[in-house]
Design a protein around this ligand. Structure first.
Ligand SMILES: [Fe+2]
Ligand SMILES: [Fe+2]
Length: 272
């Protein structure tokens, strides 16, 4: 069964079980349950995403599928029918198309930099700055994002991506960057950054590449408009082509020190 049909069938079966009292998340859970039950695979949630450690392991009997047939554990290299298929040799743009559920913030940010005629390195850094938040891990996203792209970009781009995480919390009047008002809402009026964030800022503020990281934060600030949905990743194909060293084997398969991180994005629910 192809992925589209599979999803449609699962949606129809799940919808038949909905009651008026069910919340949206209960409905989503029911849909997920139907999708999982209908497959000859056992899916595992990564332990890091599952506060209930027991649930991240296979419960007893979970290797029995529909009709009593044994299920396989989904492994890296096996397609997860719940996710769009990836090309065999995925490019950076393929990750934006198939593995980043909502790249709008990244696209807006890079578009803003492009409209302001910023250097291509800054446009690329804006396009990549939250790639970890959007497609990999939220925690310490500047560090993870920088690590993901470091083998493929100018070191200044990776450095700026790492440092933007800290710089977001510090105003800079010289470029008109204020402490984000929304942070007072999200983190409280008296929120103080952790010591390692302060240390990152202290290290960055006198660095020769400071302004590259600062420009990310400036373009970041104005790029959360939910109504902007018409920017496509294709707009940045040339900038990426000139500034991102796409491995010919595909991201995840070039044997680089970060290939496993890209493979994890391709197969996020693999058993091992
Ligand atoms: Fe960020
Ligand atoms: Fe951002």
């Amino acid at each position: 069964m192809d992925r589209r049909k599979f999803m449609q069938n699962a949606a129809a079966v799940a919808a038949a079980s909905f009651t008026a009292e069910m919340t949206l998340s209960q409905r989503a859970e029911a849909f997920e349950g139907v999708m999982i039950e209908g497959l000859p695979y056992h899916f595992s949630t990564p332990v890091i995403c599952e506060p209930d450690r027991e649930r991240s392991m296979a419960p007893p009997g979970s290797n029995i599928g529909p009709g009593g047939a044994p299920t396989s554990k989904l492994m890296a290299g096996m397609a997860d029918p719940r996710l769009p298929p990836m090309p065999e040799k995925p490019t950076l743009l393929d990750f934006y198309r198939y593995r980043i559920p909502n790249p709008s913030h990244l696209l807006q940010s890079a578009n803003y930099a492009m409209q302001n005629n910023m250097d291509e390195k800054v446009i690329l850094a804006c396009l990549l700055h939250d790639i970890s938040v959007e497609g990999f891990l939220r925690t310490d996203h500047g560090f993870w994002g920088a690590q993901l792209v470091r083998p493929y970009v100018d070191e200044e781009v990776a450095w700026a991506i790492q440092k933007h995480q800290a710089l977001r919390f510090f105003a800079d009047d010289s470029v008109g960057y204020d402490y984000p008002a929304v942070y007072r809402e999200w983190f409280g009026m008296n929120y103080e950054v952790e010591p390692w964030v302060q240390a990152e800022y202290d290290e960055a503020k006198n660095h020769r590449w400071y302004m590259s990281a600062r420009l990310i934060t400036l373009n970041d600030l104005y790029s959360f408009d939910p109504n902007v949905t018409d920017i496509e990743i294709d707009q940045f194909e040339d900038v990426v082509g000139r500034n991102f060293k796409q491995p010919k084997e595909g991201l995840g398969f070039d044997g680089s020190p970060v290939a496993h991180m890209w493979r994890t994005m391709i197969w996020p629910n693999s058993w091992l």
